[in-house]
Design a protein around this ligand. Structure first.
Ligand code: ZN
Length: 63
C-alpha cells in the first residue's frame, strides 16, 4: 500500500490515506507526529501500552 499523504485517525491513531479510518470510522487528521509500526501486537509492549490489538502503522500523536 503506497501512502502519499498519510493521515492518522484521531481515535485509534491508525495511519491511512483515507478521510475516514478503515478501522473505527472516525475522522482522520493530517496533523500528526511520529509513528510506530506494530508487527506483533500480542507481544509488543508498545502495542499493549497504546491499547492496540492489531498490526499496522500508528501515529504517536494526533491533533
Ligand atoms: Zn480509527
Amino acid at each position: 500500500m503506497a501512502v502519499k499523504n498519510p493521515k492518522a485517525c484521531s481515535h485509534c491513531s491508525f495511519i491511512t490515506d483515507e478521510d475516514e479510518c478503515p478501522r473505527c470510522g472516525n475522522k482522520t487528521s493530517k496533523n500528526w507526529q511520529g509513528y510506530v509500526i506494530i508487527v506483533d501486537a500480542r507481544k509488543s509492549e508498545i502495542a499493549k501500552r497504546m491499547g492496540l490489538d492489531v498490526n499496522g502503522k500508528f501515529a504517536l500523536r494526533v491533533r
